[in-house]
Design a protein around this ligand. Sequence first.
Ligand SMILES: Cc1cc2nc3c(=O)[nH]c(=O)nc-3n(C[C@H](O)[C@H](O)[C@H](O)COP(=O)(O)O)c2cc1C
Length: 297
Amino acid sequence: MLLSDLLSIKYPIIQGSMAGISRAPLVSAVSEAGGLGVLTTVGLTAETLRSQLAAVRAATTKPFGVNLMLQQTNIADLIPVLRGEPVPVVFTGAGNPASFMPDLLAVGTKVIPVIPNVKIAVKMMNLGATAVVAEGMESGGHIGTETTLSLVPQVVAAIPIPVIAAGGIATSAGINAAFALGACGVQAGTAFLVAEETPISPKYKQLVIDATDTSTVVTGQGANRVRSLKTPLTTELLTTTDETTFTQLATGSLDRAIAGDVDHGSFMAGQIAGAINRILPAGEIITNLWRGVTKPV
Ligand SMILES: Cc1cc2nc3c(=O)[nH]c(=O)nc-3n(C[C@H](O)[C@H](O)[C@H](O)COP(=O)(O)O)c2cc1C
């Protein structure tokens, strides 16, 4: 089944959630253009989540998603909002959604965990996940250890539920490749960093546009492995051996990037940043991505 049929959208393209970045204007623009916009809940309270949901619904009647980063400490506050006014899809990451997945499924919300390996994909399927996003380490932000090219076909072979490919996809060739690997659609994050509707500093967008194929680096370990653009901060993080200093430097660094602090920000972006050349409305990013795609039969 194609992702567009599963989610009742025009194009099988998801704008992956971006922590503190993918707010209502970007989400509604992507969904209105026929993709699936995904709202970040990082930094939101139950009350501000309600107002973000209202803002998306005021701007589009099309399906959209909400992301729960399970490292967030206030998930228990947000779940009642999502049960009270159900959204079409919830994406989860960085933790185990077992405690609330049945509640969301029961109100008609599809639950799609983002997974880094086959073992977790199988676990999520057994919990009742509707589909999974198999995310390779080419991605921007927090990453696992496997590449999209290797991960996606192995997850497709291991589970019978739909698999969405993520990591390194910002071209129509990338979407064709994802279909060839057996994915039912794609999730892209880095491609949408440069959308007109994305509320980050122009300096952040320019760094993405200036990036080449070798402009990103991975810092941190385990659950803290993060891919971002090479900046003075990443150089410092890579040479820091003291854990406390590392945490001090890393804490709040995405917010500083969003604000345009080139020296102290973590400008999270994926390896495909080198293929991104200009700022465009989100709707045009979607139509450009889809142009040249051969829809699988
Ligand atoms: C700046 C940034 C922030 C991100 N934040 C989140 C997040 O909060 N939750 C999440 O599940 N994924 C997050 N991601 C991952 C994206 O949703 C998406 O899966 C990933 O960007 C796909 O790979 P790509 O960057 O190569 O397109 C983030 C990615 C970026 C670039």
